[in-house]
Design a protein around this ligand. Structure first.
Ligand code: DQA
Length: 139
């Protein structure tokens, strides 16, 4: 099983950024734990603050890989282009969020991505990513 986690803008600051919302663990530290917990998942990780790089990565892997787990950060709420990239590939994509976006500002309630993803996991902290991995391993 090959799974790629794609993190969008500002998620490189996890552990430093708005800790009350996103926690104090860096994604690198969390990702190492996730890899050691799921050695059979062949987990890889890509982060970019650039919309075009995220789209290029979806195109690059999206016809071969078993699963993509995407936290597009703020692009979730703005990007028709990332939505179209997800719709255009054949790999299954799960949308994740660390925070419960529906309990936050109203501009975070709309996701352009959800309708073209298999499902959405939000509000479980970094554990949202693990829950998505569990789904891929269960199918
Ligand atoms: C986020 C929620 C988004 O609204 C926000 O812009 C982020 C992180 C989350 O994981 O909770 O950058 O996707």
């Amino acid at each position: 099983m090959n799974i790629l986690i794609i993190n969008g803008p500002n998620l490189n600051l996890l552990g430093k950024r708005e800790k009350k919302i996103y926690g104090d663990q860096s994604f690198d530290d969390y990702f190492s734990l996730l890899q050691s917990k799921y050695p059979k998942a062949n987990l890889n990780y890509f982060q970019s603050n650039s919309e075009s790089e995220i789209i290029d990565k979806i195109h690059e892997v999206g016809f071969d890989i078993d699963g993509i787990i995407i936290n597009a950060g703020a692009f979730t709420h703005t990007s028709v282009a990332i939505r179209d990239a997800i719709a255009g590939v054949t790999s299954t994509v799960i949308e994740v969020h660390i925070s419960n976006v529906h309990a936050r500002e109203s501009f975070r309630h709309k996701s352009y991505l959800s309708a073209v993803c298999k499902g959405v996991i939000a509000g479980f902290g970094l554990d949202s990513y693990r829950l998505a991995v569990e789904h891929y391993l269960s199918i």
